[in-house]
Each structure stands twice: as structure tokens, then as C-alpha cells.
Design a binder for this molecule. Structure first.
Ligand code: SF4
Ligand code: SF4
Length: 188
């Protein structure tokens, strides 16, 4: 997909490049397929990372943002570490996730709702809160899976591995300042 960014003015490729740190490497993709071949979630994906990158280059914005690829990605970074062109594939997938959530293009997945519940806890307390995730997300969205997870939750609770109330990390205001700054920069 070797192409100069200047030739891609106003395209989806340029949009993804601008929204991703190191994204300018995207134009050096040689479609070797190492990323898709390394991906443990490839079988679950509608489009492998290699195909997704080709689609970005082809300006296929709607299909990319509606793809399930981003929601099947487990952020293991195998693709990124094996890319011979040093393309930050996992970070590009995060960019596509953000765009898909912002424009509500996703479907058949609860992953954005789970991610939002998780990040809301981190924003407020500086850490995850498993009991809150279980009741705030699983109970509302997946009551049957919640029932299956009940015994495990009980074991975690009795062994002191799951608290009933969230606790804040020390100096939470420092983390909140960092998060707020990141939100401010990403909104620009
Ligand atoms: S591994 Fe890198 S160069 Fe190869 S297809 Fe994937 S992104 Fe492109
Ligand atoms: S980071 Fe995501 S896309 Fe890359 S190999 Fe891991 S699961 Fe696959």
C-alpha cells in the first residue's frame, strides 16, 4: 500500500493516520499478512488486520468502522511486534474502536458498553471494580452469563479477592488530571 500521505488528503487513510501516534507508518504496509497470521483472534474476525489495513487504504470507511475486527482484538500486540514495517497495528485498532464508538457503527457486540463501564470506574476510582462491573454490566446485559459466573464471584468474595465497595487509589486527582488532559488532547 505504499502511498504518500499527501496523495491521500481528505481520505479515511489520512484520518486514521492523524488519529494514531506513529500512524504515518501505515503507508508502508506491504500486505505481507504477518499480522493476520500472528493474530490469535483471526478466526473470530470478519477481516484480519491485513485486510482491514487494505480496506483503510481503499477508503472503505463504512465497512471498516462496522467490522467486528476491533471487538475481537484482545490487544496482545503480536501483530505489532511481528510487522516488518513497524506499523502500530494494535494502536490503529484502538483508533478504529474509538471512531466506531463515537459514530455508533458497531453492532452485535456489547464490548463498547463493557469498556465504558470499566473506564467509568477507572475515571472515578483509579482502578477497576469487579463487583460493579458484574452488577452494572453483566447483570443488565448478560444475566444468564452472570448466573454462570455466580459461583466464581462467591469464591472471589469469600477469599477477599472481590470487594463489595470500590476503593480509590491514593492521589486519584493526579490520575484524573492525566485522564482529563488526554481527553482534551484527543478532542482536538
Ligand atoms: S504485518 Fe505489517 S506490513 Fe505486513 S500486512 Fe500487516 S501491517 Fe502490513
Ligand atoms: S493485537 Fe489484536 S489484532 Fe493484533 S494480533 Fe493481537 S488480537 Fe490480533
Amino acid at each position: 500500500m505504499a502511498a504518500h500521505i499527501a496523495e491521500k488528503k481528505g481520505t479515511f487513510l489520512e484520518e486514521v493516520i492523524e488519529a494514531t501516534p506513529g500512524g504515518e507508518r501505515l503507508v508502508h504496509c506491504i500486505q505481507c499478512g504477518s499480522c493476520g497470521g500472528s493474530c490469535p483472534s483471526g478466526a473470530e474476525m470478519q477481516y484480519t488486520p491485513r485486510t482491514l489495513i487494505a480496506m483503510i487504504g481503499a477508503n472503505d470507511r463504512d465497512a471498516v468502522l462496522a467490522a467486528n475486527t476491533m471487538w475481537a482484538c484482545v490487544s496482545c500486540y503480536f501483530c505489532t511486534s511481528r510487522c516488518p514495517q513497524n506499523i502500530p497495528i494494535t494502536d490503529i485498532i484502538y483508533t478504529l474502536k474509538r471512531m466506531s464508538i463515537a459514530e455508533k457503527r458497531y453492532h452485535d457486540t456489547d464490548a463498547p458498553a463493557l469498556a465504558k463501564t470499566f473506564t467509568d470506574f477507572v475515571d472515578r476510582y483509579g482502578r477497576s471494580f469487579e463487583f460493579g462491573l458484574a452488577t452494572g454490566y453483566h447483570l443488565l446485559k448478560r444475566p444468564i452469563s452472570m448466573m454462570k459466573m455466580g459461583p466464581m464471584g462467591l469464591q472471589m468474595f469469600t477469599r477477599g479477592r472481590m470487594a463489595l465497595r470500590p476503593t480509590k487509589i491514593r492521589q486519584i486527582e493526579q490520575l484524573q488530571a492525566i485522564i482529563n488532559k488526554a481527553k482534551e488532547l484527543s478532542a482536538k
